[in-house]
Design a protein around this ligand. Structure first.
Ligand code: HSE
Length: 310
């Protein structure tokens, strides 16, 4: 049995316009790294966290990475297994990029590898979802599932969790603009209305079907048409200064659809080439620059792979 492992897990874009809590995809970068070193005394300990600006907890019951591991160990027969954990945050926290999901997935995926894949894919998913829920205050798998499986993942149901993996169009590029403002998912979820009018629900059913069809056919125009959001975007747009100006700038620069990534503040836009993806990024950034808010741009293809052992 290997005693040590280091895992990279990538950022993810959830909701994807029409799929609140239902659909997400993984991008190549940024991502988090978690290192694990097995112990034989049943103790789980966070030895070091870097890149978090000192904000993440060392208490194992409060950190997304270790909550997932604790859940896994609860279900593992050998109670002497413990682990030392090091978390290297390589992406902004509370950014809408699935940062807590990445740490949770890297930790649980790595732990399962150290235990010779004792648990199934679905069990690993459930442990990681539990870990992530510490950060968001709720169960949602639209970051964890694509982070773990790579590509696009659709959550058909939560009870029990049922994930459908979707194809990745070869020519699909994603531009992500992260503005340096903090939006806590826990708070942002409180803004979502509990009921959805039938008329709006109907639009969502139509759009999610169109998105899935667009992914299967690598039809970017279909994908773009489906990026409409009646649930998250209207409730959260006000948290992101000039959101609609940024979105319009992305669409004018050639984006096939643009919306809030997860609970924000990151905004994603689809395109069909790296050149257009960069052009879209500059157009979006120009708007935020006027407000003096710092930004980071990520241009990436869709990451089909899931976590990487490094
Ligand atoms: N679907 C979740 C939400 C994603 O919008 O609250 C959070 O990253």
């Amino acid at each position: 049995m290997n005693k040590k492992i280091k895992v990279f897990a990538s950022a993810t874009i959830s909701n994807v316009g029409c799929g609140f809590d239902t659909i997400g995809f993984a991008i190549d970068k940024p991502g988090d790294i978690v290192s694990l070193s097995l112990r034989n005394d049943g103790i789980v300990k966070i030895k070091k966290i870097t890149g978090d600006g000192g904000v993440l907890p060392y208490e194992i019951e409060k950190n997304t990475a270790t909550v997932g591991i604790l859940e896994l160990l609860k279900n593992y027969p050998n109670k002497n297994i413990g682990v030392d954990v090091e978390i290297i945050k390589k992406m902004p926290i509370a950014s809408g990029l699935g940062s807590s999901a990445a740490s949770s997935v890297a930790a649980v995926f790595g732990m399962n590898k150290l235990l010779n894949n004792y648990f199934s894919e679905t069990e690993v998913l459930n442990f990681a979802v539990k870990g992530e829920s510490i950060a968001s205050g709720d169960i949602h798998a639209d970051n964890v599932a694509p982070c773990l499986f790579g590509g696009f993942a659709l959550i058909r149901d939560y009870n029990p969790i049922d994930v459908i993996k979707l194809p990745v169009p070869q020519n699909l590029y994603c531009t992500v603009l992260y503005s340096q403002i903090v939006i806590e998912t826990k708070q942002a979820r409180k803004l979502i209305k509990k009921n959805l009018q039938l008329k709006k629900a109907r639009k969502h059913f139509g759009n999610i079907g169109t998105l899935v069809s667009g992914l299967y056919e690598s039809d970017l125009s279909k994908i773009g048409r489906s990026i409409e959001d009646e649930i998250s975007e209207p409730a959260r747009a006000a948290l992101i200064p000039n959101f609609y100006d940024i979105k319009n700038a992305a669409l004018s620069a050639g984006a096939y659809g643009c919306s809030i990534s997860g609970s924000g503040p990151s905004i994603f836009a689809f395109s069909d080439s790296e050149i257009t993806a960069k052009k879209i990024g500059s157009a979006m950034k120009k708007i935020v620059d006027k407000n003096g808010i710092k930004t980071t741009l990520y241009i990436s293809k869709i990451n089909p792979q899931g976590p990487k052992i490094i």
